[in-house]
Design a protein around this ligand. Structure first.
Ligand code: UD1
Ligand code: PEP
Length: 430
């Protein structure tokens, strides 16, 4: 079992290059099977979730040619199977995007339901409502969603809540439906826009992505394309928060600063200087951080995927901060782990009340999920002494070469997989 071992206390200083957005890439890879022609995808993040989804895509018969860690060519022409194995769904929620893609192209899909996961329940009723509105019959049989249609017909669909997953899944299913579809109360996240741009580059006719009304004019066929995925706003935000929590000075490169505005605004509120460039942001923290409140919201609000990382900065800020999580009910599992490092954090329902402390001290902690795991690494970097983070498999789901990138900023962090390696690190850092 791999672990991170960290000797904290170094401010992060330097430049870091951000990879492609995991949450855009997962949907784009699924959408790539909607043409028989070859799709060439660039700026792919080199993370575990991507590898799992590519396996699932291979398993249904598509040809997958991984040219490099950040590039892949996919051809759907060889697909011979419309059912996805539970094994993949169990590992990554985003396999459910194959539902919209398969239904859209083959009018037939069988994909197991994603279970409740470690950040809370993940219902997909809105996805299914959208498929039914387009004319598909949708049944749950032996734990799988079985969706079928002779043909799909465009419809006016009003989502009951803002859902990234439902917006993307319906957009994919509607891309090749007959006639026009309108999705109202659509999610506006940058990854929704990226998927729409990708589908349009394959010949789809989707307008309005990035607003809450998306209009899709169905087309008969999609064609091959070459497409580069947007930078990962969450990876970028994670490094921004790491700079803040460690009193660092970090230039975060290859980003779209507009996508980071919610994080930038919060970091400024707590006293960081954030400078924006065309495709980079620089975060400088040179005085004790100040308290603030934060509430997660759909885009352009503060992202739920950035909640735990920012909370670590608040743990070290002067005064009392309140963090409200309004998207997922179980995203404070890092609180007890942070408390073991000396944080003063109390969770009540969907809020965490944080009384800032002057310092944290390293401890052995366990990553409860992807972003909470990243937050614990940040806490370790900002702590006195040694921190060991267990269960880093969660972190590897969404961060490429995390320890390597952090080391390039001066962090003392190592990935170890045995007691011997752990001891070696401890001896080296003293
Ligand atoms: C709005 C939001 O912040 N979405 C985030 C969510 O997307 P993800 O697509 O996973 O989640 P959704 O946007 O679909 O869910 C938003 C909310 O709607 C509820 N819901 C959703 C679909 C449905 O059919 N029924 C239903 O009740 C969910 O339980 C949740 O409370 O997690 C992703 C990974 O962490 C993030 O990248 C997204 O930015
Ligand atoms: C929770 C996340 O991913 P997923 O929705 O795929 O579990 C995330 O990206 O923070």
């Amino acid at each position: 079992m791999e672990q991170y071992v960290i000797k904290g206390g170094n401010p992060l200083v330097g430049e870091v290059e951000i990879g492609g957005a995991k949450n855009a890439a997962l949907a784009i890879l699924a959408a790539a099977i909607m043409t028989d022609e070859t799709v060439h995808i660039e700026n792919l993040p080199d993370v575990r979730d991507i590898n799992v989804l590519l396996e699932a895509i291979r398993e249904i018969g598509a040809t997958v040619d991984r040219i490099s860690p950040t590039e892949v060519k996919i051809a759907g022409v060889t697909i011979g199977n419309i059912s996805v194995e539970y094994e993949y769904i169990k590992k990554i929620r985003a396999s459910y995007y194959l539902l919209g893609a398969l239904l859209g192209k083959y009018k037939n899909a069988e994909v197991p339901l994603p279970g409740g996961c470690n950040i809370g329940s993940r219902p997909i009723d809105q996805h299914l409502k959208g498929f039914r509105a387009l004319g598909a019959s949708v049944d749950i049989i032996h734990g799988a969603v079985v969706a079928k249609a002779d043909h799909l017909t465009g419809k006016h669909i009003f989502l009951d809540m803002v859902s990234v997953g439902a917006t993307i899944n319906i957009m994919m299913a509607a891309a090749m439906a007959e006639g026009n579809t309108t999705i109202e109360n659509a999610a506006r996240e940058p990854h929704v826009v990226d998927v729409a741009n990708f589908l349009n580059s394959m010949g789809a006719n989707i307008k309005g992505a990035g607003t809450d009304v998306i209009r899709i004019q169905g087309v008969e066929k999609l064609h091959g394309t070459t497409y580069s995925i947007i930078p990962d706003q969450i990876e970028a935000g994670t490094f921004m928060c790491a700079a803040a929590a460690t009193m660092g000075d970090v230039m975060v490169k290859n980003v779209i600063p507009k996508h980071l505005e919610a994080t930038t605004a919060k970091l400024e509120e707590i006293g960081c200087q954030v400078e924006e460039f065309d495709d980079a942001v620089r975060v400088v923290a040179n005085k004790r951080l100040k308290r603030t409140n934060v509430k997660t919201m759909p885009y352009p609000g503060y992202p739920t995927d950035m909640q735990p990382q920012f909370a670590v900065a608040l743990v070290l800020a002067e005064g009392t901060s309140i963090v409200t999580e309004s998207i997922f009910e179980n995203r404070f599992k890092y609180a007890d782990e942070l408390a073991r490092m000396g944080a003063n954090i109390k969770v009540e329902g969907n809020t965490a009340i944080i009384d800032g402390v002057q310092k944290l001290t390293g401890a052995r902690v366990s990553a409860p999920d992807l972003r909470a795991g990243a937050a614990l690494v940040i806490a370790g970097l900002a702590s006195e002494g040694i921190t060991i983070v267990d269960d880093i498999v969660y972190i590897q789901r969404g961060y490429e070469r995390f320890e390597e990138k952090l080391r390039s900023l001066g962090a003392e962090i190592e990935k170890v997989s045995s007691e011997k390696e752990l001891k070696k690190f401890q001896l080296r850092v003293g």
